[in-house]
Design a protein around this ligand. Sequence first.
Ligand SMILES: NC(=O)c1ccc[n+]([C@@H]2O[C@H](COP(=O)([O-])OP(=O)(O)OC[C@H]3O[C@@H](n4cnc5c(N)ncnc54)[C@H](OP(=O)(O)O)[C@@H]3O)[C@@H](O)[C@H]2O)c1
Length: 251
Amino acid sequence: MASYALAGKKAVITGASGGIGFAIASRFAKEGASVVLAGRTRSKLEQSLARLHETTGEPRGLQIPQSHGIHCLDVGEGKEWEGLVKENKEIDYLVNCAGESQASLLLRTSQEVIQNLLASNLRGVIFGCKTVAKQMAARRRGGCIINISSLLAHKAVIGTSVYAATKAGQLGLTTALSLELAQHGIRVNAVVPGYIETDMTEGLANKELQKKIPLGRFGTASEIADAVAFLAKNEYANNCILNLDGGLSAV
Ligand SMILES: NC(=O)c1ccc[n+]([C@@H]2O[C@H](COP(=O)([O-])OP(=O)(O)OC[C@H]3O[C@@H](n4cnc5c(N)ncnc54)[C@H](OP(=O)(O)O)[C@@H]3O)[C@@H](O)[C@H]2O)c1
């Protein structure tokens, strides 16, 4: 019989209409969790929910019924997080995966683009942690938050300065909250992916770049989902910052 390690749990995954977020949502659903797919664009979320039902099917032998849904929000807007926790009362896992990329030199990046990157990639993660952790703490059943950072938090790549700052900020937030929220039984962890095959990296996977990666290839979204599922289930993982970059961080 299949093992449903996350049966009866509820997971909110932001950016769940994107490559990595959807893979995480599918993985949690396959392990028995009820999943809330969160993101900005309703039509994309609806398509993702339909795909989730198609690909995960009806798990056999699962004792606790699952119920998946969508929630439309702009993560950078604090009020929209209040709406999310009102509609979803019993969140066990929050995966902050929503994010936007940057491909511009800082000196040519408009203030508007900078504000948007800060809002989607950093302010949104701070608001998400604050609002969902408050609900988790009040519920007194603990919980786990996993932030999807990036190798670019540590490694310089031209044209990604603001993105890098937001991803480094996520790591600082993760470490600080792993201490602050432990008293409530809430664990806070991060995954630090290198280059992963998704829409965000479309057109980047050229031979030159792949040659620089010790394993010689981009990662897959399901390899990131494996790491997130591990952090969710391992009860001793707190402030665990997991690199998944094919060894690129060593170069
Ligand atoms: N792909 C990589 O190589 C890579 C490497 C390291 C880290 N990461 C990180 O992994 C995460 C997912 O990346 P991905 O490659 O899966 O990207 P993706 O396919 O472009 O998906 C991005 C997702 O984020 C959502 N999103 C963006 N801004 C949002 C906002 N303000 N509010 C709500 N949702 C928002 C998008 O929804 P809408 O389209 O509706 O806005 C979409 O669902 C990101 O945080 C990214 O920085 C990716």
